[in-house]
Structure formats: C-alpha cells, structure tokens
Design a protein around this ligand. Structure first.
Ligand code: NOJ
Length: 498
C-alpha cells in the first residue's frame, strides 16, 4: 500500500516535470535539449600506450599484466594500445568526425606523478595533457576529465593502495596539481571512474588490478577511502578553485538496471538491495546524508558479527566526515550498458560482497546479446535506471558518462548502430517524457581499445583500430556516420521510437 502510494506520487511528480520539460523542449521527444553534451569517452591505460616513455611511472595495470600475462586475454596489455600518447591529434580528428561536443578522457596519475607523490612532477606528462586539452578546445570540444580511471601508481600500491586511508591525502594532492595546471580550461571533472569496479581489485584476483584477494573486506576498505577522497577533492575545488575556475566536479558510478525476476515483495526487496549495495554504497553518502544506506550497514554489520569478528567489515564515517561527504557532487555520472535479472538468494563465499547483498544476479539469455556475455541489449532498462536515479537522488543532474556496445570489430557495425539508436531513444524519453535532468551522453568508446583483461578482441569503438597494423589508424565504422548524424542534428531517427 505504501509502495503503491509512493508510486502514484512519483508518477504525478514525473508527469509534472515531463510537462515542464516538454514545454522547454517544444514537445519534440526525439530532440536533445539545447546545450546537451554529446560526445565519446576513453581512458588512459586503454588507449595511451607509451607505458614507460618520457618519465611515466609504472601503474598497477602495467605491473599486473607484466607480472601476470596469464590474467589477460592472449597475454595482451596496454604497453602500446592505440598509441594515443603520440596519436592524440588523430583521436581529436575522430571526435570531430562524429560531431562530438565533448570528450571524456582520463589522466594517467603515474604519467604526471610517476611515484604518485609530489616529489617528482613529470613535465612531459603535463605537456601531453595540455596539448590534448588545447586541441580539443580549438576544435570546440569540451574536455571532460576523469582523474582516476583505475590506474593507481604502483608506488602507492606498494603501501597498500586504496584500502590505506592515507590515499585520501595523496589523491587530494594529485587533484590540486590537476586543478592548478588544467583547471583554467577544464570545466568538467570526475574524480573516480566506477569505484565499485576499483574495489573489486581488492576483493578478487586475476582480472582487476591490483588483484588483491580480500573478498568482503578489501572492497569495503577501498570504497571507504575512495568516498572520503572524492569528497575531499570536491571540497578542495569548492573552497579554493570554484570562484575562479567555475567548473563542475562529480563522480562516475556504474550500475545495470536490475530487473526482479518476479514482481513480489521479496524480489522487489532484492532489487532494492542490489541498487543500494552497488550504486547506493557511493551515491547515498555522497548525494544524500553522508552515510552508507541503512540496508548495507545493517547486513554487513550482522554478517560480520555472525562471523565472530570484533568489528564490522564495513568501516564507519565520523560525524565530521559525514558532514563533508554529504552533498559533495555537482552532478552524478553513470556508466551503464545493460540490464541484469535479480532474485533473493545467497551466492559468494564467507565473507564476500555477493553474500552480503543476499542477491543472485544473472542474465536473461533470451534477450538480444553482444560479444560480451554480460552485455544484453535492453534499452527500456536504461530509461528505468535513469528514472530510478532521478527519483532516489533528486536535485542532482545526471551525466551518462559511458554507454556502448561490444562486438568483434566489424566495420559494418549494424548491431552497434541499433544499440545506440534504441538506447538514445530511451534516454530522450527519460528527458522529454519523464522529466529526468540529464546534461550529457558520452558513448563508449571513440575507438577500439584495450578492454582490460578481455584484451583487444572485444571492441567497443565507433572507430576501428587494427592493432596488428603499424600505423594504428582510426578507421570510421558505419556507426561513426550514424552517430555523426545524431550528434550534428541533435535528433534520434524516428524509427527508434517505435
Ligand atoms: C567500464 C569502464 O569504465 C571502461 O573502462 C570499460 O572499457 C567499459 N566499461 C566497457 O566494459
């Protein structure tokens, strides 16, 4: 009954917001609002190569793939990748080719600070990012910079990496250098990309650097530090840079839409738990009240006690920390690709994140697929997720920081075209019919690149890169002209609205 009443209220609020949005947008559901950022994304380790050139320090991915080539598909790694360290001008050409108005890329921490600390500042690394930023701006493309896309300097991993609370200070000092150096031109910052996946690097081995196998413990310690680090960087910007630089600082979280296998209370509760454990673990403290969601706190505390531990595996924030964490974002970034089915139940060992959630996740094999087992094409789930976020975290604009489709690299990539067409149609329905406040959409990815432990075989690019060629040219796929039409006309073709 309570749920039904809330749903009715929500529907009324959404209808009112939709009316306002439709008026602002002259009622055209297939059009993007004025000023909407349309672009594509990449990440340093996946594209740059030049892993040890011009003073760059080793990071945890260099280290893991060199020490353990067996963790990666065919022993591949990011030593050369797309060679964007030398070919960034071609990346900007590719962005121009699709009419992008923004480019989301990341800065390699160990390229600017080889030891992770301020004892060595690598001018060649700073020059490299200055060159990219300047070239983007000359071409009317807004730089959207990720400070941390998974590539911790190895020197900081030797002292524990993200579970070490001191990482907060190292990250704040790195961020200060970025604001000082690039903040006159960069107006869109995201602190950490997918902290949920970063944390997996401390709860499992063999796929996510730094491959530290401390399930149910390392992931929460890493999450705790990342939340504090993000919030401290946000406050730094607010206190010392915003007045002169006038930019925005957010974080890029990731989640699927979680669809309950049944429409009954226990399944709906499992769905809610999954969202709170994955998105809420970060978004609840940062956007709502400075603390973890109650259901997460309660379940991890209870399981920890049942395991005979003297303390919870999930640390607690002090009152002072809650105050500076609460409200520490100008926008909420979301990386999302697919929908996953959920139901109540136990999976994972003792202890583990999975067991703490009390949720079982699996794919609906009858949904259209991709070349990635985890990626099913479910456009309606995208709209539901955007609505869920807007409802759960009111007042925070959303930026879709990643969305895209993986195949084996066909130039005639009709499946990618249909993915983008149908997902963008659902995005526009969320904006123009449901009144969700969304500021931008970044396709993943501008070009084929190293898909981490999946290597170069699984490809997300709008441009093809032939990794066996000597020139590593960026070759437009069919989706490049499709996205170019959408980005230039600010309109998604009608056929995707049927
Ligand atoms: C999430 C990550 O941020 C990005 O690095 C990765 O390549 C894509 N999703 C596709 O899996």
């Amino acid at each position: 009954m309570v749920r039904y009443a809330a749903a009715v209220l929500w529907a009324l609020a959404a209808a009112a917001a939709a009316t306002a949005a439709a008026v602002a947008n002259s009622g055209a559901v297939n059009k993007f609002p004025d000023g909407f950022l349309l672009g594509a994304a990449s990440a340093a380790y996946q594209i740059e190569g030049a892993w040890n050139e011009d003073g760059k320090g080793e990071n945890i991915w260099d280290h893991m793939f060199h020490e353990h080539p067996e963790y990666a598909h065919n022993g591949e790694n990011g030593d050369v990748a797309c060679d964007s360290y030398h070919k960034y001008a071609e990346d900007v050409e590719a962005l121009k080719g699709i009419g992008a108005t923004a480019y989301r890329f990341s800065i390699s921490w160990s390229r600017v600070l080889p030891t992770g600390d301020l004892d060595v500042i690598n001018q060649a690394g700073i020059d490299y990012y200055n060159n990219i930023i300047n070239l983007l701006l000359e071409n009317g493309i807004e730089p959207m910079v990720t400070m941390y896309h998974w590539d911790l300097p190895q020197a900081l991993q030797y002292i524990g990496g993200w579970p070490n609370p001191l990482m907060v200070d190292y990250f704040v000092e790195y961020a200060r250098l970025l604001f000082d150096t690039f903040g006159d031109r960069v107006k869109w910052w995201t602190t950490i990309n997918e902290p949920y996946i970063v944390a997996c690097g401390y709860s499992s081995s063999g796929w996510q650097a730094p491959s530290q196998n401390a399930p149910g413990i390392g992931n929460y310690l890493a999450a705790h530090t990342m939340i504090r680090a993000h919030a401290r960087v946000y406050r730094l910007y607010e206190q010392e840079y915003r007045a002169t630089q006038n930019g925005k600082v957010g974080i890029a979280l990731n989640s699927d839409w979680y669809e309950p296998a049944e429409d009954t209370d226990s399944y709906l509760e499992a769905q809610e738990r999954m969202f709170q454990f994955q998105l809420g673990l970060y978004a609840h403290p940062i956007l709502l009240d400075g603390d973890y969601p109650a259901v997460v706190r309660q379940r991890v505390d209870n399981n920890s006690a049942a395991e005979g531990r003297p303390r919870s595996r999930l640390p607690s924030f002090t009152e002072e920390e809650k105050q500076y964490i609460k409200g520490s974002a100008d926008f909420i970034g979301i990386n999302t690709y697919t929908t996953t089915i959920v139901e109540p139940g136990d999976s994972g060992g003792v202890p583990s994140f999975e067991l703490d959630t009390g949720v079982i996740r699996y794919q609906n094999e009858s949904w259209p697929g991709s070349s990635a087992s985890w990626l099913k094409v479910v456009p309606w789930g995208f709209r539901k997720l955007l609505n869920w976020m807007s409802n759960e975290y009111p007042g925070y604009p959303i930026v879709v920081t990643e969305n895209g489709y993986g195949d084996w690299g066909e130039l005639d990539d009709q499946r990618r075209i249909d993915y983008y067409g149908s997902y963008l149609a659902e995005l526009l329905k969320a904006i123009n019919e449901d009144g969700v406040n969304i500021l931008g959409y970044m396709a993943w990815s501008i070009m084929d690149n190293l898909e981490w432990a999946s290597g170069y075989e699984l490809r997300f690019g709008i441009y093809r890169v032939d990794f066996n060629s000597t020139d590593l040219a960026r070759i437009p796929k069919a989706s490049a002209s499709f996205m170019g039409d959408i980005f230039r006309n600010k309109t998604v073709p009608d056929e995707y609205f049927q």
